[in-house]
Design a protein around this ligand. Structure first.
Ligand code: UFG
Length: 327
């Protein structure tokens, strides 16, 4: 299938592009390189451009005879979304509306959308199922939820077939640790701890140690980026028979911040300073997924259920690419 990968030069999108190629699909990466890395795209056609440009997006969809679109081009920083909500509504909602309108105009129906556990806000139920109440507590989660609703209503017209995938904590480096995280600035836990272990930062801060969890630090469900990509492939294949799909993607096992720090110590063999500071606003104490729907319906199986393997892949990527993609 010819698949347009919006944001295919980014962390998850570039892993997806690689997986699509390996499975005989023809991905076309569509990325404005505002966050992504050209060097992360190796086996795919690359088009530099913006999915918020209606006319150009239609041209790209038609020229490349695109049959499905995968969308990884959202802004993802929770804190930044609180500071600049309008930027998030613009990029994540308005531009996605334009993308869907361009798809409609070009007659492309299939759409796979990266959503997030942030749509659940502070969930009233753990583990979280797809039916858990959606109550985002920041503009980032709210903009993802808005797009989910937009997909829902657009598909009711019969002109869109979509799969929404709600990621828990995406991490690790895919494809023999060649495609890892390179966010600037970095805000995610595992790459930050690794930077501390590599001596690239003075310490790692623990945001809150008084949560109602086994060791007082937040619990998250860490899911390897290649496992995430696999679920997209399965959901894409199922769009022929099912026009509206929503799945949680996580391992269903939670690790505390301290456990993740200990794991990086073990994998790296390095010591580094850990500093306990206050809570980061908007962090729910525990987020773990019930991903049985993806397993049962899509037949999704994860290859990296163990945190140590995930951290090993990330460590290999960061030590081999200490400056990221160098661009
Ligand atoms: N943390 C620290 N120190 C740090 C960075 C993070 O203690 O320097 C903690 C956070 O407080 C949190 C955990 O480590 O408890 C994980 O933090 P991340 O920033 O790596 O990830 P989040 O759980 O905040 O965010 C993830 C996704 C978001 C998504 C969110 C859903 O990255 O896109 O889950 O709540 F919105």
């Amino acid at each position: 299938m010819k698949v347009l990968v919006c944001g295919g030069a980014g962390y998850i999108g570039s892993n997806m592009t690689e997986l699509l190629s390996r499975h005989g699909h023809s991905p076309v990466v569509f990325d404005n390189l505002s966050k992504g890395h050209r060097a992360a795209v190796q086996k795919a056609e690359f088009v530099q451009g913006d999915f918020g440009d209606f006319d150009f997006t239609i041209e790209v969809l038609k020229k490349h005879k695109i049959e499905a679109v995968m969308h990884f081009a959202a802004f993802i920083e929770v804190g930044e979304s609180v500071d600049q909500p309008l930027r998030y509504y613009d990029n994540n909602v308005s531009k996605t509306r334009t993308l869907l309108a361009a798809m409609e105009a070009a007659g492309v129906q299939k759409f796979v959308f990266s959503s997030t556990a942030a749509v659940y806000g502070m969930p009233d139920q753990i583990p979280i199922t797809e039916d858990t109440t959606k109550c985002p507590i920041n503009p980032y989660g709210e903009t993802k939820w808005a797009v989910e609703r937009m997909c829902h209503f657009q598909s009711q017209t019969g002109r869109l077939r979509y799969a929404v995938l709600r990621y828990f904590n995406a991490c690790g480096a895919g494809f023999n640790a060649t495609r890892g995280e390179d966010h600037k600035p970095e805000s995610h836990l595992i790459p930050l701890i690794i930077q501390a272990a590599m001596g690239k930062r003075d310490n790692i801060k623990i945001f809150g140690s008084d949560y109602p969890t086994p060791d007082g630090t937040c619990v998250r469900d860490y899911i390897h980026v290649e496992d995430l990509a696999k679920a997209h492939l399965l959901a894409l294949a199922r769009l022929d028979s099912e026009a509206q799909q929503v799945y949680n993607l996580g391992n269903g096992k939670g690790y505390t911040v301290r456990q993740v720090i200990d794991c990086v110590r073990k994998v790296s063999g390095k010591e580094f300073k850990v500093v306990e500071v206050g809570r980061r606003p908007g962090d729910p104490p525990v987020l773990t997924a019930d991903a049985s729907k993806a397993r049962n319906i899509l037949g999704w199986k994860t290859d990296y259920p163990e945190l140590e393997k995930i951290v090993e892949s990330a460590w290999t990527f960061h030590t081999a690419n200490p400056n990221g993609y160098n661009d």
